[in-house]
Design a protein around this ligand. Structure first.
Ligand SMILES: NC(=O)c1ccc[n+]([C@@H]2O[C@H](COP(=O)([O-])OP(=O)(O)OC[C@H]3O[C@@H](n4cnc5c(N)ncnc54)[C@H](O)[C@@H]3O)[C@@H](O)[C@H]2O)c1
Length: 350
């Protein structure tokens, strides 16, 4: 069976499809004619209405079926897998957010450790062609060597969030070794765009400017982040989904240092573009896109924050021929357009 772009139709189980990234990944795949079962527990970490609106859009397609349940519920995962019969599993559901891990550590242990272990057990039982897991740039902690390369040491997490994601990578390596499930863990770098997360800086800044509230600028503005526009991330995920880790696709050392394990079909890949932006430049970009200056509330660095993130995109590029390229000017402008047309208006109507 062939999809709309002439590709073979594939079956996916994706967790976290009511979330920001999962929504976009699922949408792209169903738009191309693939089948997706989306698994999400609709956790109340942020505005559940936004999550429901994302799922409602996906549910307009016959290619999408939703299962509303928690990762900790192994029986529910089994049911979702029966429905999906997935060739590829993309595990994106998690308790995200760096700062909230100081407030509610248990949510991270439940979702990211127990939940991810359940996903590994599921993959062991049903043997998909490829298991893909969302990790994070946070695992590089306060590393000073830049850009952050996948083979660098990442053993000094600054938050429990980072520690749970690093633990997930380690658990996944052991399962890939023992049960031969080809597994890619991708490390995302500050992903942003339309339908984004209300707990992240861009959403908070735009919302505050629109409502005449000051914006909190941590680290007195002396921080930088390697931002990734959502469409660039989705492109990386889709391309990587066709490259299950195996000796046949080991990258030549002159191109990049491959993290393909010598002991398991397991690889870690950064999905950032390697173009970090200073926080104050980012604030100016947001102000320009909204068309109004923000009131700046300069604050010290928050506990658990890292001064910079900066991805080496070499391995991603060597594997996929692609690296993120949408500029923050363009990406922020697209977010602001979405916020004004879709979010702000919806809030006003409600
Ligand atoms: N957005 C980023 O910049 C970023 C950066 C690095 C890593 N990540 C990782 O990418 C993934 C997706 O992030 P996002 O930005 O889309 O976050 P999100 O919070 O928008 O989406 C996560 C989804 O998972 C669901 N979920 C959480 N815990 C669950 C559980 N125990 N059982 C079932 N469902 C549960 C939530 O309801 C939510 O819809 C996460 O694993 C996150 O840690 C995101």
């Amino acid at each position: 069976m062939w999809g709309k772009l002439g590709e073979i139709v594939m079956r996916y189980l994706i967790t976290g499809t009511a979330g920001f990234i999962g929504f976009h990944v699922a949408k792209r795949l169903i738009d191309e004619g693939h089948f997706v079962v989306g698994f999400d527990g609709m956790t109340p970490y942020y505005d559940v209405t936004l999550k429901e609106r994302r799922h409602a859009i996906l549910q307009r397609s016959n290619g999408f079926k939703a299962v509303r349940a928690m990762l900790e519920d192994r029986a529910a995962l089994d049911r979702a897998a029966e429905l999906a019969e997935p060739e590829v599993i993309i595990h994106l559901a998690a308790q995200a957010g760096v700062r909230y891990s100081l407030e509610n550590p248990k949510a991270y242990v439940d979702s990211n450790l127990v939940g991810s272990w359940n996903m590994l057990e599921l993959a062991k039982a049903i043997a998909p062609k490829h298991l893909m897991l969302a990790s994070t740039s946070s695992i590089y902690g306060a590393n000073e060597k830049i850009p952050f390369a996948e083979a660098d040491r990442a053993d000094e997490p600054m938050t429990l969030y980072a520690a749970t994601k690093k633990s997930m990578e380690l658990m996944a390596h052991s399962y890939a070794h023992l049960y031969e499930v080809p597994t890619t863990a991708f490390r995302f770098f500050t992903v942003y765009g339309p339908w984004g997360r209300p707990d992240m800086a861009l959403f908070k800044f735009v919302d505050a400017i629109h409502n005449g509230r000051p914006i909190d600028i941590y680290g007195e503005g002396r921080m930088s982040r390697d931002f990734t526009y959502i469409d660039d991330l989705v492109e990386s995920i889709v391309r990587l989904s066709h490259i299950a880790p195996a000796e046949e696709n080991r990258v030549a050392p002159e191109k990049a240092t491959d993290t393909l394990s010598r002991h398991a079909p397991f690889r870690v890949v950064n999905t950032g573009g390697g173009q970090p932006v200073e926080l104050m430049t980012f604030v100016e970009t947001v102000e320009k896109a909204v068309g109004r200056p923000a009131i700046h509330n300069m604050l010290p660095m928050q506990q658990g924050d890292v001064p910079r993130t900066f991805a080496s995109p070499d391995l991603l590029e060597a594997l996929t021929g692609f690296k993120p390229s949408v500029s923050v000017e363009e990406g922020v402008a697209r977010f602001v357009e979405w916020y004004e047309q879709n979010y702000r208006r919806a809030q006003t109507i409600v």
